[in-house]
Write a protein that binds this ligand. Structure first.
Ligand code: URA
Length: 214
């Protein structure tokens, strides 16, 4: 995202601030607000056509989007971001993917996917969102899984905070595809457990509470 200072950066700062994070309702709302900003920026890339609107006093030629996107998100942290995008693209179709990291004894992990619910994607504009782009592997695995539902005309990948490693990985994996990656910030490091530093912590836990196991 364009980093010319705007209210967007206040939302980002609140999201990262460990004191403000103590209020999960505000954390979720900041993710929604960020989703709305991304949606407005993405909408500038979509095709529009002229429509004529009748007001009580006359007619006005205006512009309307030519196609509604399909918004898909990776559960569970993606949900508030999804809601923010959907509140702007309020006629979008929707899809959901359950994907998580399954850690093994060696400290590495694989991405496990339990559930995909998605409409037809053939020739549509796809938005795939996941707030945290750490290694980039969840996003790449989920994108591949979505291709089972048709080949999108164009895909907008949306993350609030990315690591440089995640961005590089997606560029290498999906750089040849019809995709744009939108990120609010690129952070320099990953921990040994692939958490982004400075990042914000665990987005799913902050939004919805700690879970029993990873
Ligand atoms: N998922 C998170 O919630 N946080 C990270 O830093 C990386 C992945």
């Amino acid at each position: 995202m364009d980093q010319k200072p705007s209210q967007f950066l206040r939302f980002m700062a609140e999201l990262r601030d460990e004191r403000i994070q103590k209020d999960p309702m505000r954390f979720r709302e900041n993710l929604r607000r960020i989703g709305r900003v991304f949606a407005f920026e993405i909408s500038k890339e979509l095709p529009f056509h002229e429509i004529t609107v009748a007001t009580p006093l006359g007619e006005k030629v205006m512009q309307a989007p030519s196609q509604e996107p399909v918004i898909t998100s990776i559960l569970r942290a993606g949900l508030p971001l999804h809601e923010g995008l959907l509140s702007v693209f309020d006629r979008a179709e929707n899809g959901f993917i359950s994907a998580y990291r399954k850690h093994d004894e060696t400290g590495t992990f694989q991405i496990k996917m339990d559930y995909v619910s998605c409409p037809d994607l053939e020739d549509k504009t796809l938005i795939l969102c996941d707030p945290m782009l750490a290694t980039g592997s969840s996003m790449a695995v989920c994108y591949d899984a979505l291709l089972e539902y048709g080949t999108p005309r164009f895909t907008h990948l949306v993350s609030v905070i990315a690591s440089q490693k995640g961005v590089d990985y997606l560029r290498q994996k999906l750089g040849h595809r019809n995709c744009t990656l939108w990120v609010g910030s690129i952070d320099p490091e990953l921990t040994s457990k692939s958490y982004i530093v400075p990042g914000l912590g665990d987005a799913g836990d902050l939004a919805f509470g700690e879970k029993l196991q990873d």
